[in-house]
Design a protein around this ligand. Sequence first.
Ligand SMILES: Nc1ncnc2c1ncn2[C@@H]1O[C@H](COP(=O)(O)OP(=O)(O)OP(=O)(O)O)[C@@H](O)[C@H]1O
Ligand SMILES: [Mg+2]
Length: 227
Amino acid sequence: MNILSTENLFKDYINGPVVSKVLKGIDFNVKKGEFLAVMGPSGSGKSTLLYQLGLIDNATSGKIILDGQSVSDLTDEEKQNIRLNSLGFVFQDYALIPELTASENVMIALMMKGYSKQKAYDISAHYLEMMGLKDRLRNLPSQLSGGEQQRVSVARAVAHKPKILFADEPTASLDSTMSEQVMSVFKELHKNGQTIVMVTHEPEYGKLTQRIVYLRDGKIENHNHKF
Ligand SMILES: Nc1ncnc2c1ncn2[C@@H]1O[C@H](COP(=O)(O)OP(=O)(O)OP(=O)(O)O)[C@@H](O)[C@H]1O
Ligand SMILES: [Mg+2]
C-alpha cells in the first residue's frame, strides 16, 4: 500500500522575471513501512522534492496523495496541521533550539500538539534513551557532539509517531563514526515500522535502504529495486 504518491509533480521557482523549472513531472511512490533513499547530483531537485512531499512548500502543479488523501488543494493551515501531526523532519544542520536542553527540544514539539509537560517529558526521555542519549537529557546542543545533536533531532522528529520521516542529508555534517550512529538509529526505526524517505549523497547509506530513487535534472532517472 502506498502511503505517499505523486502524480506529474512540477515545481518552478519564480524570482521576479526568472523562472527556474526544478521538478519536471515526478511520479513517485512510497510504500507504508518502506525505507527509501533519494539520490542524484547537486541541484537535481532532491531537497525541492522533499519539501513538496513534506508539505513545506507548494508545488506548481501535479498531485500529492498522502495516506489516501489528496493534499495538493488543502489550505496552508490544513497542511500545517498534517505536517505537525503526521510528518517528521530531520535536516542536515540539526535545527535544534540552542537555548533548550536535549529533552526540551523534543518536548516543545510535543507540547505544540497539546501534550502536557509531564507527558511530553516522559516521551522525550523514552525517545532520547532509544537514541542512546539517556545521560544527555539536560545537555544544551552546544554540550553535545554533532552526532548526538542529530540524534536529538531524530528523536524530536519521531516522538509523535509520524506517518513518514523525511530526512535531508542527515549525515552530511557528520564524520563517518557519527554518521554510522545516526544511520543505525534510522535502521532501528525502520525495523520498528517507520516509513522513511532520506535524501543522501552517500552511496553506502543509500545501500542501507530498500530502494533508491535517482533524480537528474528534475526527473526520476530510474528505479533501482534491490530485492
Ligand atoms: N528558493 C529557490 N529559488 C530559486 N531557485 C531555487 C530555490 N531553491 C532551490 N532552487 C534551485 O533549484 C535547483 C534544485 O535545488 P535543490 O536544493 O532541490 O537541489 P538538491 O538536489 O537538493 O541539491 P544538493 O545536493 O546540492 O542539496 C537548484 O538549481 C537550485 O538553485
Ligand atoms: Mg539538497
